[in-house]
Design a protein around this ligand. Structure first.
Ligand SMILES: *Cc1c(COP(=O)(O)O)cnc(C)c1O
Length: 428
């Protein structure tokens, strides 16, 4: 699709153009395998000499179509779908960092990502330094080591709603010859395109706003094509030296900086880990993407109105929404997300943990769920659910105090949402 189309048009029509007499909606290629007339033809696919499909664990046409749309939305050069956002975060790091390597991550990230990095990937021998996203440039630069391979952060952290200064992080990463990886799940490419601010790789949990209907778990990785792996070949042997498990291919030579990262992640990690998205889920994801731009605007409007209401309520201790002028991140949010942030608001009810639980029970529209970012409003108390493996100190460091309630404003009418919140607060 033409690059100069607006993001709205790309949401609706990106990634796929029907030929004459072909389906207008993207076809679901529900097939594990693909037929060839000769072994030589298939051999060329295995050698990555020709592009095509042979087994849906590695690649599937429906998934690739939807990945191509997200690639256009982010303004990247290559992309892939994965089974979940967790798989996307894992692949994005493991594609370039091995046992003995080090990665710097913002401390303000999704709880599942924190666990993946701090516990599971640590067991694999990859060491993470978690840094305050509001740190100075000096502090950030001081966190780098000889073996640092990447810097990771979230545009808009779930659930802390910290806004990352992407340019500050990109500058430090590039000064040390490593890429900046940004999880852009909460902002979505409709509200922020991290590549325009220096990020090199973007990841998504498509489970959230992209799908938007709470229907399909999924993930995505997009490469900007900007990071020059060969210029830092000593740091990235996996991309810059022959892969013996793939017929001696050198990804950065064969596919250039535009394609090397995604080719390696597909040919090597997807082959070995099989964290693939089903074509059916890719189809559902695409239905969500078609209205992403319309929905994001409404999620943001609802959240802004709810946040303002909460801010004026006597039973509310504090409100955190980067769209509020009183918010610490208001200026950064305006810079990186001028059209709005997201539909998630967090706040603390006076009376702490007990009051929060009473309030949530009394809500009629918002259900208690381990989920955010779908059409139906929902709420969560992270300290007693998603983040329960963390100590109080870790919770505070991650920007998730123990009294925090996360409310994901859906697409209902804001008058109904506010009335429901008001009557639930009366119960407290
Ligand atoms: C939900 C989420 C993830 C994990 O995604 P899953 O699809 O649940 O695996 C990663 N990052 C962020 C910011 C998320 O909100």
């Amino acid at each position: 699709m033409k690059n100069n189309y607006s993001i709205e048009t790309k949401c609706v029509q990106g990634g796929y153009t029907a030929g004459n007499g072909e389906p207008r909606q993207i076809p679901i290629i529900q097939s594990t395998t693909f037929k060839y007339t000769t072994s030589e033809e298939m051999g060329k696919l295995f050698d990555l000499e020709a592009s095509g499909y042979f087994y849906s664990r590695l690649q599937n046409p429906t998934c690739d179509t939807v990945a191509a749309k997200i690639c256009e939305l982010e303004g990247g050069t290559a992309s892939m779908l994965l089974s979940s956002g967790q798989a996307a975060s894992f692949f994005s790091i493991f594609n370039i960092a091995n046992c003995g390597d080090h990665v710097i991550s913002s401390a303000s990230i999704y709880g599942g990502t924190y666990n993946l990095f701090a516990v599971t990937m640590k067991k694999m021998g990859i060491d993470f330094t978690f840094i305050d996203p509001d740190c100075t440039e000096e502090e950030l630069n001081a966190a780098f080591r000889e073996n640092t391979k990447a810097v990771f952060g979230e545009t808009l952290a779930n659930p802390a709603l910290t806004v990352l200064d992407i340019e500050k992080f990109a500058k430090a990463a590039h000064a040390h010859g490593v890429p900046l990886i940004i999880d852009n799940t909460f902002a979505t490419p409709v509200n922020c395109r991290p590549f325009e601010h220096g990020a090199d790789i973007v990841t998504h949990s498509t489970t959230k706003y992209m799908d938007g209907h709470g229907a399909a778990v999924g993930g995505c990785i997009v490469d900007s094509g900007n990071f020059d792996w060969m210029a830092h070949a000593e740091k990235f042997p996996g991309l810059c030296t022959p892969d013996e498990s793939y017929h001696g291919i050198t990804y950065a030579e064969r596919f250039g900086k535009e394609g090397a990262f995604i080719y390696k992640a597909t040919a090597q990690l997807m082959r070995d880990f099989g964290a693939t998205q089903s074509p059916q889920n890719a189809f559902i994801l695409n239905l969500g993407l078609e209205s992403l731009h319309v929905r994001m605007a409404r999620h943001c409007e609802n959240a802004t109105r709810v946040a303002k209401f909460l801010e004026s309520h006597e039973k509310i201790g504090w409100v955190n929404y980067p769209g509020l002028e009183s918010n610490k991140y208001y200026e950064l949010a305006k810079k990186y997300m001028p059209n709005g942030t997201c539909g998630v608001v967090s706040f603390g009810i006076k009376g702490g943990r007990a009051a929060a639980e009473k309030f949530m029970k009394a809500l009629k529209i918002a259900a208690i769920e381990t989920h955010v970012a779908d059409a139906r409003s929902c709420c969560l108390h992270p300290a007693s659910s998603t983040h329960r493996q963390m100590t109080d100190e870790e919770l505070t460091a991650a920007g998730v105090p123990s009294d925090l309630v996360r409310l994901s404003c859906g697409l209902e009418h804001y008058n109904d949402l506010i009335a429901d919140i008001a009557s639930a607060l009366e119960e407290v």
